[in-house]
Design a protein around this ligand. Structure first.
Ligand SMILES: [Zn+2]
Length: 187
């Protein structure tokens, strides 16, 4: 099942990342995540994703709109569909490219509804029949450093004490911790 492209979550609020990961895994899709637009842009250009779940406003660095722009430059058959999340500022999304951004969800999210949106978007992006798409055995969550993009160990979704250790574990490449690069995080 290694040819099943994952869903990429781009969100700087790590407690929300955890909730979103669990919700998406529940509908049977593999998940990867990162905390910055910069890392997300590198990832979507080099790896294949069925769907990108994107926070519009990220605490540091580029906004989610730059990820949309980067997706636009990818060939249509390789381009991931985007589900955008925002806590407001819907005005910023006026004129957004609806060929790429398939859904705009307002925070706080209804996680069950969120997962269904992601599943539908994922299946449409990969042109899967409604009965297909969900994998029987979900691969491990993969995580990428928001500062340098290096792959780093991920926490096991839903296990709070491991998550608490994980956010203070430095990246082996640049030494930054998930907590350190996500000042907007509420954890
Ligand atoms: Zn790093």
């Amino acid at each position: 099942m290694s040819d099943v492209p994952p869903v990429l979550i781009v969100e700087d609020d790590l407690s929300l990342v955890q909730a979103l990961t669990l919700a998406i895994e529940t509908v049977g899709l593999p998940v990867e995540y990162c905390t910055s637009a910069e890392t997300a842009i590198d990832l979507i250009k080099t790896r294949s994703y069925g769907c990108v779940v994107l926070d519009l406003i990220l605490a540091t660095g580029l906004s989610g709109m730059y990820v949309v722009e980067a997706a636009r430059s990818i060939a249509p058959e390789k381009r991931p569909s985007i589900v955008m999340m925002t806590g407001g500022n819907v005005e910023l999304l006026r004129g957004v490219d609806r060929d790429i951004v398939k859904a705009i969800l307002l925070k706080p999210l209804d996680l069950e509804l969120f997962a269904q949106y992601v599943l539908v978007t994922y299946r449409r992006a990969l042109d899967l029949k409604s009965a297909a798409g969900a994998v029987t055995e979900v691969p491990a969550v993969r995580a990428y450093c928001g500062a340098c993009g290096n792959e780093m160990p991920s926490w096991i979704a839903g296990t709070d004490n491991i998550f608490d250790q994980w956010i203070d574990t430095p990246c082996t490449n640049c030494g930054k911790t998930p907590r350190g690069i996500s000042p907007g995080s509420t954890v």
